[in-house]
Design a protein around this ligand. Structure first.
Ligand SMILES: O=C(O)C(=O)[C@@H](O)CO
Ligand SMILES: [Mg+2]
Length: 266
């Protein structure tokens, strides 16, 4: 059966961050993901994971100055040392949290970027990802890149699934995979079933949300039951992150997830 992970940056925000772990476990989640652990001591998070029988399935590398609008460092020319430092910090947390996957956000292109600027970002992205994927491989972890739609994140460097596949191939390190977020894919290009098949060998993690509002995946323009069945049929046994903003309370909105063993209090 498809294994759902709770994204604690979006779900259970009725609670303080460290209290979201017990809230997720209480309704049956066995895995959690979120954007960043860095505001907390790793052992405090580890204690919550262990206390509630949860696996940490994913988090992101430090993204640069998030509050100032930065959305990752991986493609930013001139920020290579900062990127390498961010890999080291993330790997330390990953070891403490026993987390097998790390997502390196690509970062933004400047508004007036021309081809030459794009090429510089591309070159930095490839070099940085090669460095990070090799570091992850040595630590027994997988590095992920995620295409994100330009409506939610204007200027994001990595937007299409094909671009992600090409980059994974160009980097050429087995520990680099794609974080396939069906919400972003639908907004950028649609054709989800076909993209899932084309992407399948490179998928390292999956995320879902209703489109277009990014609420529960039970309404909107995407047929998730069918897509998840297809994903399972392709052989996917990894996690599917529930990365959506509940319409009216996290637990109240989990009816759709009962088909996957989540819901009512356990
Ligand atoms: O926005 C998303 O989608 C994510 O998965 C976040 O981790 C930002 O990368
Ligand atoms: Mg996502």
């Amino acid at each position: 059966m498809i294994k759902l992970a709770a994204n604690l940056s979006m779900l259970f925000t009725e609670h303080e961050f460290l209290d979201r772990f017990s809230a997720a476990a209480e309704v049956g989640f066995k895995g959690v993901e979120y954007l960043f652990p860095y505001a907390f001591e790793a052992q405090d998070i580890r204690q919550r994971l262990d206390a509630h029988g949860l696996k940490q399935v994913l988090f992101n590398l430090p993204p640069g100055d998030w509050d100032a609008g930065e959305r990752g460092l991986a493609s930013l020319p001139g920020r290579e040392q900062e990127f390498r430092d961010s890999v080291e910090v993330a790997l330390r947390y990953a070891e403490a949290l026993d987390c097998p996957r790390l997502h390196a956000m690509a970062g933004l292109l400047p508004e007036d970027a021309d081809d030459a600027v794009y090429r510089r970002h591309h070159a930095s992205y490839i070099d940085n990802l090669r460095y990070a994927a090799e570091a992850c491989a040595s630590a027994g972890r997988t590095l992920l890149i995620e295409p994100i739609n330009g409506r939610d994140m204007p200027g994001f460097f990595l937007q299409t699934q094909q671009q992600a596949r090409d980059i994974v191939r160009e980097v050429g390190v087995d520990s680099l995979k794609v974080q396939f977020d069906l919400y972003h894919c639908q907004i950028v290009q649609g054709d989800l079933m076909h993209e899932m098949e084309a992407q399948y060998p490179q998928i390292g993690h999956v995320q879902i949300a209703g489109v277009p509002e990014r609420h529960e995946p039970d309404r909107g323009e995407v047929n998730y039951p069918q897509l998840l069945e297809h994903l399972e049929g392709l052989g996917y046994r990894g996690w599917v992150g529930c990365e959506y903003r509940p319409r009216a309370g996290t637990v109240a909105g989990l009816g759709w997830a009962s088909a996957y063993g989540i819901g009512g209090r356990t």
